[in-house]
Design a protein around this ligand. Structure first.
Ligand code: GDP
Length: 535
């Protein structure tokens, strides 16, 4: 059976932005306008403070909140829209990168006063690597902000791709008159207030220029002039280029005032792609690799675990594995197989995520996200199928940029520590490296806060009190070689530098940036990888 009809009406995307640009506000308005939630303010509560906090309550809150609202599903215009949330704190950026592997497009929100900011820049890079199509929303036009031409210019430079304005602002701040829709050649008039529904805004055709001029005066003429300049300087709309991640449509508005938001929701439906095919790689017994293309409408169910999240209840060590469906259909009671181990899973509760609540899933297709409770045996990056032999790759792990050594305070708790580290490693909360030469475990992180979270969770969830000591290592590279002999020689040359991560992949630990260069010169046949893709 083919599931084409269902998969074609799915849109799965994430919002990327710098803190405070307006992601939470926009998320809420999208849910509101699609009818997924009834009242404004419902999403607000989920937002934890993410500003340089190392307050435990805040971290715990953020964890709890992110379980509740990691995925929000809504239906709109006969489409099923899955909005995947990304953690806000930069120390958890690895999680965000992994979420971006599970979406088919991204919505970039920028604050019109600040332009493209640091955290957005990093996320853009990840999207660019994967050629993820990006829709741009320039927010907060009701404030005194930058010249829209300036913003377009900056977006073009930062994204490295041309912009194509779809709406254009008339004035800003106190004189913000509204937006011109370039397609319909009409102006939607701005009115402040968070109670407004999209249909409440007045629309005036550009053909009635005299009327618009009488109302908005010079601001209107200035806007027309800038709009013409922008159109002259920017790209024509080219859907194929957008889908290839080579052009971004740009919208202007004010999220908090519900203004310009409907246009974005419509763009998600009209412009963003449905789920696409994914490549699966299978390694045969003799090491030969076969690649197959898995299409979303293929009958066999398959998906990838892109997130594993510990449940908040410390007494039950269960975790929720989030699976982005890649093909086929999931129905309740289905047997699932984890490809890495060949083991069968019989999850008791499989859920789907409806904005604020979890519900038992009735059916899920490519593009949807299902979550199930696991007590172990499922790792980040695992491919889960109905039994069919497939293995997706592409879930990235980045070489940590900081390391600590774990010292257990009470040696009798060794078993708990091992279990804790294994589970936290599987979750991707931290990277765990076991030195080949023995000795204390090493923890690798991208952000300092990760260490603090792990130390805290080892204590509260596993009753293992640890001390984290500075390590001589500053970075790591995963290594591979064409021949096993070559790898053996390398290992023999650096016995004190070899370690294995949670997936048993071999890594070379570095103490300085020159390390890799020197080792590379000595062993030209060894490849050093700053990024590992789960295989
Ligand atoms: P996030 O950190 O990206 O999730 O941003 P929020 O959605 O929490 O917004 C940050 C702040 O900007 C909040 O105080 C919002 O009320 C405010 N904000 C969001 N959108 C707009 C807008 O269009 N205009 C104005 N003036 N403020 C906005």
């Amino acid at each position: 059976m083919s599931y084409e009809k269902e998969t074609r009406r799915r849109r799965t995307f994430a919002i990327i932005s710098h803190p405070d640009a307006g992601k939470t506000t926009l998320t809420e308005k999208l849910l509101l306008f699609s009818g997924a939630i009834q009242i404004a303010g419902a999403v607000k509560g989920r937002k934890a403070s993410r500003h340089a906090t190392s307050d435990w309550m805040e971290i715990e809150k953020q964890r709890g909140i992110s379980v509740a609202s990691s995925v929000m599903q809504m239906s709109y215009r006969d489409h099923v829209i899955n909005l995947l949330d990304t953690p806000g704190h930069k120390d958890f950026s690895e999680d965000t990168y992994r979420v971006l592997t599970a979406v088919d497009s991204a919505l970039m929100v920028i604050d019109a006063a600040n332009g493209v900011e640091s955290q957005t820049r990093r996320l853009i890079e990840v999207c660019r690597q994967r050629d993820t199509p990006i829709i741009t929303f320039v927010n907060k036009m009701d404030r005194e902000v930058r010249d829209p031409l300036d913003i377009l210019d900056e977006v073009e430079r930062e994204l490295g791709m041309p912009c194509c304005p779809v709406t254009w602002p008339v004035g800003q701040g106190k004189r913000f008159g509204g937006i011109i829709n370039l397609r319909t050649q009409s102006m939607t008039v701005f009115a402040p207030g968070s109670e407004k529904r999209p249909q409440d805004f007045e629309v005036i055709p550009l053909a009635e220029a005299d009327k618009l001029r009488a109302r908005f005066g010079q601001t209107f003429d200035d806007a027309l002039e800038a709009m013409e300049l922008a159109q002259g300087a920017s790209a024509e709309w080219d859907h194929a280029a957008f889908l290839a991640g080579k052009l971004t449509p740009v919208f202007f508005g004010s999220g908090v005032n519900n203004f310009g938001v409907m246009e974005v929701l419509d763009a998600v439906v009209d412009m963003s792609p449905p789920p696409g095919p994914r490549v699966s790689r299978l390694v045969g017994k003799s090491g030969q690799v076969t690649e197959t293309v898995v299409r979303p409408e293929d009958p066999h169910f398959s998906g990838v675990v892109f997130k594993v999240q510990a449940n908040m209840d410390a007494n039950h060590r269960d975790r929720i594995a989030f699976v982005r469906v890649a093909s086929g259909r999931y129905t309740p009671g289905m047997k699932l197989k984890v490809q890495r181990t060949g083991k069968e899973l019989r999850p008791t509760s499989v859920v789907t995520f409806m904005s604020q609540r979890r519900e038992a899933v009735e059916e899920a297709y490519a593009g949807d996200v299902i979550g199930f409770t696991t007590h172990g045996g499922v790792q980040l990056g695992d491919t889960v199928t109905d039994g069919v032999n497939l293995q997706f790759t592409g879930l990235p792990f980045f070489a940590p940029e900081m390391f600590c050594t774990v010292v257990l305070k009470n040696p009798l708790r060794t078993k708990q520590l091992q279990q804790g580290l294994q589970q936290l490693g599987e979750e991707g909360a931290i990277q765990v490296f076991k030195p080949e030469a023995g000795g204390n475990m090493l923890l690798g992180a991208v952000g300092q806060l990760q260490f603090e979270v792990v130390q805290h969770r080892l204590r509260t969830e596993y009753d293992a009190e640890v001390r984290l000591e500075p390590s001589q290592f500053t970075s790591a590279r995963w290594i591979s070689a064409e021949s096993p002999e070559e790898l053996k020689k390398f290992e023999a040359a650096y016995p004190m530098r070899m370690a294995r991560d949670a997936a048993n992949a071999l890594a070379y630990m570095c103490t300085s940036p020159y390390d890799v260069r020197l080792a590379q010169e000595r062993f030209p046949k060894i490849t050093f990888h700053p990024l590992r893709e789960h295989a």
